[in-house]
Design a protein around this ligand. Structure first.
Ligand code: PLP
Length: 370
């Protein structure tokens, strides 16, 4: 199987495996006062310091969570409780479900959030928490988060950034972005699932935890932390994807797909180097995913809900691409993809189009990019 579904989860990095195995061999609860507890605590605090320096924060501002979903929910819960919440129209369900009454900020045809709409919203002076993703999980579109942060600051609004897909693929630095908080997830950077973090700026504090529990994480998130998973997270977070190599491979896929009549959604925007969203007009996403699966390629539909069913993509609909919202697949290259994997995928994709698409008809149409 050639695995091209990194945005669902990245393969475990060897550095993460080594750190986890070391941590698993150490017994102790970081809250215990004895020597064993203190040793585990040191490991936890070491990761906290390294994550803080990696993501432009101070170590006291890193709260460990179970993953990206919890980090987003904690930010919305703690920073948005007395505020109106406004979210980008293409946010992940982790954010949409945690803020069901949020005002939606529209995006353009490339999936880029419309800053004039954000400015108009903030102009009424209502205390607001804005939530934007740094990079979209389906299309890879990168949002103008720094510009949005400047607008938020002008209007005394807070900005939470979902950096789950951006981390490890492009630079993520809370201070440089000018945002108030960041959500991160271990398994999207090549660590294990089960760990993540909410990183905050010194201007805000998490006073109202979602889970008070035993007061762990300085009262911001109760529960015994999964130290081995956090150790793996810390080690993986120090690795960077090879952006130029991945984007060259991604561009080769795009060229081949356009050549057989596909449309590359969001190709006019700055995108993550590893991600592309290919829509094949007239061919359902599930048919494409299953055909590619049978041919040995793991990719996903633009949107897959947790029941495993393939639905219509709210991301593509928000971009005005309603027509192809059920006809797109996401190809997301993992950190360890080989050039030969991409060569095979290109052949497999073209064969899939020949098998399930009305290729004769499409060949006579001009190719398009969206
Ligand atoms: N935010 C984005 C943009 C995501 O893509 C995901 C997962 O796909 C999440 C949040 C949720 O992260 P986790 O799987 O760690 O809960």
């Amino acid at each position: 199987m050639i695995y091209l579904d990194a945005n669902a989860t990245e393969p475990l990095r060897p550095e993460a495996r080594t750190s986890m195995l070391e941590a698993l061999d150490e017994c102790g609860n970081p809250a215990s006062v004895h020597r064993s507890g203190r040793a585990v605590r040191r490991r936890l605090e070491d990761v906290r310091e390294r994550l803080a320096s990696r993501y432009g924060a101070r170590e006291t501002e890193v709260v460990f969570t179970s993953g990206g979903t919890e980090a987003d929910a904690l930010a919305l819960h703690a920073l948005g409780s007395d505020r109106r919440i406004a979210i980008g129209a293409t946010e992940h369900d982790a954010v949409r479900a945690a803020a069901p009454h949020a005002v939606s900020i529209p995006v353009d045809r490339q999936g880029v959030v419309q800053l004039d709409a954000l400015e108009e919203l903030l102009a009424d002076g209502q205390p607001t928490l804005v939530c934007l993703m740094l990079a979209n999980n389906e299309t890879g579109t990168i949002q103008p988060v720094h510009e949005a942060a400047m607008l938020c600051r002008q209007h005394r609004a807070l900005l939470h950034v979902d950096a789950v897909q951006a981390a490890g693929r492009i630079e993520v630095d809370l201070a440089a972005l000018g945002a108030h908080s960041l959500a991160l997830s271990s398994h999207k950077v090549g660590g294990p699932a089960g760990a993540g973090a909410l990183v905050t700026s010194p201007e805000v504090s998490i006073i109202a935890p979602m889970m008070p529990g035993g007061g762990q994480e300085r009262g911001r998130r109760g529960g015994t932390p999964p130290v081995a998973a956090i150790a793996g997270f810390g080690a993986a977070a120090e690795c960077d994807a090879d952006g130029p190599r991945l984007s060259a491979l991604r561009d080769a896929i795009d060229r081949a797909a356009i050549g057989v009549g596909a449309m590359v959604c969001g190709s006019g925007a700055e995108r993550l180097p590893n991600t592309t969203c290919l829509a094949l007009p007239g061919v359902r996403s599930d048919l494409q995913v299953i055909t590619l699966d049978l041919a040995g390629f793991a990719v996903s539909a633009g949107a897959a809900c947790n029941s495993g069913k393939i639905g219509s993509s709210h991301v593509l609909s928000a971009m005005g691409l309603e027509d192809v919202a059920r006809q797109a697949i996401r190809v997301s290259l993992p950190w360890n993809v080989r050039d030969a994997d991409v060569t095979s995928f290109i052949a497999g994709y073209c064969a899939m189009v020949a098998q399930v698409g009305p290729i004769g008809e499409r060949r006579s149409r001009p190719s398009r990019a969206a």
